[in-house]
Design a protein around this ligand. Structure first.
Ligand SMILES: [Zn+2]
Length: 484
């Protein structure tokens, strides 16, 4: 989100309701004032122009590098041969999730934070509603690289993410009339996500809720078959809907077909690539704007969408480097192989030139919307929407996030590929190894149950003899592909 919210588990105590969970502790602490201070600082820095934004980023970069060298044994060792000052980002070695996770206890800057202890904390329901060590929000994710990640954010970092969202509200074009309509529509908000398990989206949702004036909010599971989801949304009549791009797109189709009949004032898309075509299809179907956010488990707010369809990088708090396979910079206008993320907001677990795995394009020209922050297009994680033929000939579309969540949760596997290789056939590619048979048994049962509920009991689900196959062009593993 996640960049992709896919396969991110809930933080301990992370709930949807305002005023509960660790967020409540944050709200009532001094971090609230950090939020106020940060929001006004972000506002004034950006108003002063891109030179001020770049200066703020350089200053924070120097501070974080020094902090990491002093407090993180991992970085101290990793930077041992580097000069003690005047470092540019390109001077630092790249880090990966697998390296950081393998050195977790040395990576974190607070020696009280220990991997085995965090894992125990995450697994223990007695700690619901608490901050870890009274000052950290923790969550975990699997992601498509196969190494589970455990993320520790200090309360100041979370306040910064909140402040970044607050700073974006201006940009979303929601005027007083829209707010009035929101309230007159009943002020109901709906989140459709892998509820309870996908923290990045839940957290973004929680922040979006805080920034806007609705009266009630409800979450729906992305695992529900689309017809049932449509019926529930018709009954609930939300004024605001937040979900993954592909799911909003499916709902737009339902709205055009008049099976879905809702009248939202605004929509929010996160976690997946929102293409210009998807965006206009969704906005036309619902006659309202879609706000788009690019975030990840590693940094909840990396960039946000503007009316021109670009994403603007929060360049005062995030450094994003578009690079090729060898981590050399790629030119503006070219798709990167991956992107290196430096998150300047979080000191608990410093991320400096971290290989995030997404592909982006940096726009060569300034964005037409006038926002001076660097404009990018997000290329990565563009899973195909699967359309399967039902027994009566109708084509039923399924959101990729629902399918990947089922495979991850039922099979406990993190590297796999779902391939549609015929109008009514799905193939699953699983890694070869001792777990393969057990995973297949569990996944095939769960997928068949989901398909039966989606009125697709006729669809064949078969195990491919192949292991997952990485895209030869991008070097990435796409989890859901259509090949026929
Ligand atoms: Zn723009």
């Amino acid at each position: 989100m996640h960049r992709h919210p896919g396969a991110t588990e809930a933080p301990r105590g992370g709930g949807l309701d305002a005023g509960t969970g660790p967020w409540a502790a944050i709200d009532s602490s001094a971090a609230f004032w950090t939020l106020v201070t940060r929001a006004s600082e972000i506002y004034w820095t950006r108003r002063a122009g891109i030179a001020a934004v770049n200066a703020a980023r350089r200053r924070r970069f120097d501070t974080l590098v020094n902090y990491a060298r002093i407090h993180s044994p991992f970085y101290r060792d990793n930077y041992r041969s580097l000069p003690t000052s005047g470092l540019a980002p390109a001077d630092l070695p790249v880090v990966t999730k697998s390296t950081l996770m393998a050195n977790f206890d040395a990576w974190v800057t607070d020696p009280r934070v220990r991997l085995d202890d965090v894992v125990r904390f995450l697994g223990d329901n007695e700690h619901v509603g608490e901050l870890y060590l009274d000052r950290y929000l923790v969550w975990k994710s699997s992601g498509s690289t196969g190494t589970p990640g455990i993320y520790v954010q200090d309360v100041e970092a979370v306040a910064t993410y909140d402040a970044l969202v607050t700073a974006q509200v201006d940009n979303r074009g929601w005027d007083a009339q829209a707010v009035w309509r929101m309230l007159s529509e009943g002020g109901r908000a709906a989140l459709i996500a892998a509820t309870g398990d996908h923290f990045a989206s839940i957290a973004s949702w929680r922040r979006a809720c805080r920034a806007h004036p609705w009266r009630s909010a409800r979450s729906f599971s992305v695992l529900e078959p689309v017809p049932r989801l449509v019926a529930e949304l018709n009954a609930y009549q939300p004024a605001f809907v937040a979900s993954y791009a592909t799911l909003l797109y499916l709902l737009a189709e339902e709205q055009v077909a008049k099976r879905l009949r809702i009248n939202p004032v605004a929509l929010w898309s996160g976690g997946e690539r929102l293409t210009p075509a998807m965006r206009s299809a969704i906005e036309n179907a619902f006659a309202c704007p879609v706000a788009n956010e690019y975030g990840a488990s590693e940094a909840l707010s990396i960039a946000y969408g503007c009316r021109e369809g670009s994403l603007h990088v929060n360049a005062d708090w995030v450094l994003l480097e578009a690079v090729d396979r060898d981590y050399a910079p790629v030119r503006a206008g070219e798709a990167s192989h991956t992107v290196l993320l430096t998150n300047l907001a979080n000191r608990a677990q410093p991320l400096l030139r971290y290989d995030l795995g997404d592909s982006i394009v940096v726009q060569p020209e300034p964005c037409r919307c006038g926002n001076p922050l660097p404009a990018i297009q997000f290329q990565g994680r563009c899973d195909d929407v699967i359309g399967l033929r039902a027994a009566d000939g109708r084509v039923v579309h399924l959101p990729p996030m629902a399918l990947t969540t089922i495979v991850e949760e039922a099979g406990q596997v993190h590297r796999f590929q779902i391939v549609q290789d015929g109008p009514d056939r799905l193939q699953l590619r699983l890694e070869h190894g001792p777990q393969r048979d057990a995973a297949w048994t569990a996944v095939s049962r769960a997928l068949r149950a989901y398909l039966a509920e989606a009125m697709l009991p006729n669809v064949d689900v078969v195990l491919s003899p192949d292991a997952p196959i990485v895209d030869p062009g991008s070097g990435k593993l796409r989890e859901v592909i259509v090949l026929f």
